[in-house]
Design a protein around this ligand. Structure first.
Ligand SMILES: CC(=O)N[C@H]1[C@@H](OP(=O)(O)OP(=O)(O)OC[C@H]2O[C@@H](n3ccc(=O)[nH]c3=O)[C@H](O)[C@@H]2O)O[C@H](CO)[C@@H](O)[C@@H]1O
Length: 355
């Protein structure tokens, strides 16, 4: 009988796309795969697009502080737990793999209760709340960096394994020609790709739009604004798009610099393709994970960073010009040494050992 693995994760693309890199590999080896997530989350659209069976459960936000909304969310989490127990009893998977996000906590606790093996993977430099809760129940905690292990002190030896971040196959062999065709610029200027992460980033949109006229004198700009903040712009050297579907690896390959949030998945993708980045990490309302993510790549000479009150039009223009006039060659050299070939293989090996 075919082995069955249930993946769970959601809320943002960063809790879904890395899992797809692993699923691509497991499907080739004949595993049955399904997904537990929320129908309201980004995961539903992405996972259904892949033709995988999707089990929807209610999802409630976990908060570190008290509010009335907590009661409603705790109730949703409880219903999500009951639903997870029912799904796991029905499917009886050989393993459950969590890619993070609030929605993963009920199924992971349910899997512990039903004695089903489980793994959680963290993409960020510092673990999120869901990963920290899940870490108490899973058989393995997979982390991207050696330094991330320190956040799980006190757990049994060998429970935490450093695997890096899984990146989908497209990023290992992207097509520059296809990327150029997608962007469709007619002039031969250097090209900048602006990304706001899976949900878009208003702070980045605002500062890049403020610098638009200066930027387009020298560069072509392809700007992913996010579905919610989208403004249509179609000029010779400036094009906007709400979201780049499917061919984002090709688009990255055809650019000279990516300006982006410092989401963990995205920055590993840029480095895997071999393009330097200017990172503008999300700092408000977070545990600071993107700042740590960004600093790791800045220290490797692969990325530049603009953060907090430094994010303004003039600084943006200065950093970009300095990159193209001075540091580009060195940074392209640094990023070309970034090796990310083994992450998916390592993770699949751990899954198979546990099964
Ligand atoms: C606001 C928020 O909570 N951000 C978190 C979220 O970011 P976010 O959801 O943006 O995740 P990442 O930056 O890790 O990945 C974004 C993913 O979306 C894809 N993509 C993006 C734009 C586009 O137009 N097309 C497209 O396909 C990218 O290729 C990438 O695979 O998860 C990351 C990984 O846990 C965290 O580091 C971030 O802090």
């Amino acid at each position: 009988m075919k082995k069955h693995i249930i993946f769970t994760g959601g809320g943002t693309g960063g809790h879904v796309y890395p899992a797809i890199a692993i699923i691509e590999n497991l499907k080739k080896e004949g595993y049955d795969i399904s997904w537990i997530g929320s129908k309201k989350g980004i995961e539903y659209k992405i996972v259904k697009g892949l033709g995988l069976k999707f089990y929807s459960i209610p999802s409630g936000k976990l908060r570190r502080y008290f509010s009335f909304q907590n009661f409603i969310d705790i109730f949703k989490i409880f219903i999500g737990f009951v639903a997870s127990v029912v799904i796991l009893i029905k499917v009886r998977p050989n393993l459950i793999f969590s890619k993070g996000g609030y929605v993963t906590v009920p199924p992971i606790i349910a899997s512990k209760m039903l004695k089903i093996r489980s793994v959680t993977h963290e993409s960020d430099f510092t673990p999120g709340l869901a990963t920290r809760i899940n870490s108490k129940f899973v058989d393995r905690i997979l982390v991207p960096y050696n330094e991330t292990q320190k956040y799980f002190k006190g757990l049994i030896k060998d429970k935490v394994v450093v695997t890096g971040n899984p990146v989908r196959e497209d990023f290992f062999n992207p097509s520059m020609e296809k990327g150029k065709d997608i962007m469709g610029f007619k002039t031969n200027k250097p090209t900048i790709l602006v990304l706001g992460g899976s949900l878009g980033a208003k702070e980045i949109n605002d500062v890049v739009l403020a610098a638009k006229d200066d930027l387009t004198e020298k560069y072509n700009v392809y700007h992913q604004m996010g579905e919610n903040n989208y403004i249509e712009i179609e000029e010779d050297s400036y094009k906007s798009i709400p979201f780049i579907n499917n061919s984002i690896a090709d688009v990255i390959k055809a650019t000279d610099l990516v300006i982006s949030r410092a989401g963990a998945g995205a920055i590993w993708e840029f480095a895997t393709v071999g393009v330097p980045s200017l990172l503008i990490p999300l700092t408000v309302g977070t545990r600071g994970d993107q700042v740590f993510n960004a600093d790791y790549f800045v220290n490797k000479g692969i990325s530049l960073k603009l953060s907090g009150s430094d994010v303004n039009k003039q600084n943006l223009l200065n950093v970009i010009d300095n990159y193209f006039n001075k540091t580009k060659k060195e940074m392209v050299g640094n990023v070309s040494t970034f090796k990310n070939s083994n992450s998916v293989d390592n993770i699949c090996r751990i899954i198979k050992e546990l099964i």
